[in-house]
Design a protein around this ligand. Sequence first.
Ligand code: BES
Ligand code: ZN
Ligand code: ZN
Length: 500
Amino acid sequence: MKINYSSEPLEKLKTDLLAIGLFEEEPLHADARKLDLALDHAITNVLKSKDFKGEPSETYILNTNGKASAKRVLLVGLGKKKEFEIDTARQAAAITVQTAISHNLTSLAASVFGAGVKGPTSLLAAAIAEGVILGSYSFKTFKSKKKDEGKAIEELTLAYSDKGELAKFKEPAEQARVLSEIINHCRELQNLPPNIATPEYIGKEAEKLANKYKFKATVHDKKGIEKLGFNALLAVNSGSAKEPRFIVLEHRGKSTSGAPICLVGKTITFDSGGLNIKVGDFMTNMKFDKCGGIDVLGTVAAAAALDLPVHVIGLMPATENLPSGSAYKVGDIYTAYNGKTMEIGNTDAEGRVILSDALAYTKTFKPKAVIDLATLTGACSVALGVHAAGLMGNNEKLISKVKDAAAHTGERVWELPMFKEYNDIIKSEVADVKNIGDGTAGTITAAKFLENFIPDDTAWAHLDIAAVAWTEKGKVKPYYGKGATGFGIRLLIELLKNMK
Ligand code: BES
Ligand code: ZN
Ligand code: ZN
């Protein structure tokens, strides 16, 4: 999508759809007043009629009938002024693009929603670019009948009357475009069905992205994984007819020296539960169990595409979790890469098993921080629902940096405690640790298991994205739509920018 920048008066902007944001019970801002005048007060009349009140997500379309250069004006509700956040603008932008798509339009323009209310306008402009691009994505690759769909949006014009301010939009908005397009690409990979997006396929996709954005990708096959000694990853893979992969990504920004940041993502391409097979409809969305890994891929790709001055390593342990005659079993004991032993109590708690090797392997990079993302526990969705990822770790400074980044991008996180007493719940009588607890504090005990594999004296943060990595009905946020959300990529990029 191409982004244009215009300081023309709104009534002079040529576009299929011109969106302006309106707050509840607030007068029109000056630019919109001039547009309203050109439209013979059509906007004030709609407001008077109460057909449109400016409530969050509310929309109203006006045909300009040649009275303005835009063919249509879209009123988008921004809700109460005092509740406005940058994410409100991002969401309004997604609603705008979805309206354009449903009307089969190919160009749109947006005034800077909420300008002057919160944040620098350039940040709002970037958020609008993100909202438009993320909001325009939907997963329809396998629909053979394409005729009812809207066309692709080709052009977005960001409109702002102050030329000096407008000049400051360009860099952040372009960065937002690059990032959002990579996120949409990742959402597509995350949405791909498990018969297509196998570990081998994901390895190839990682290599393709590495070629495109100029970062390093090394893909280890089963033999390579055996050589590395990743017994836990091999255990989970043993029930699958498909080979595992262990993918190592690296972006080293210009003039960076010193310790890297390691990102680790759970990449289970399908989680059936294994011998502890999932019952009822619990298997339905388990193609999304690879989302953490793909988020790591997207983050390293975006760090390279944006040329961030950071050194970042991405690790993606990838396998299916399936039952078979050769599958790993309850009661099995395995030794992970760092020499610690684990007893398998449930083959459906496979995420922490594959992550054990990958987290322990970070030691070889001597990282200054390790951050992992995983669709790890159903318990996290019980605790926090779909509105926040679980955040845990061993280092308050790193955790607070994650919180700051999340506040900035609108990807909500919530910290859960890591009291040492929780370790008792995953004690094993026969090994160093067990991969299940007693049914209490499921999200925390999973994180406690992972903690065993973090190299000594290494800052670590863990994001349980089980409930936020995809949406079931598409109603969580307009720019997420239905299916994979790419949750975490914007957050990690923001974090990397702050950790350079
Ligand atoms: N991939 C699942 C977690 C999950 C469940 C993610 C639902 C998203 C939605 C994970 O591998 C799993 O099955 N975890 C078990 C752990 C249990 C056996 C200790 C769970 O949460 O039930
Ligand atoms: Zn599982
Ligand atoms: Zn899983």
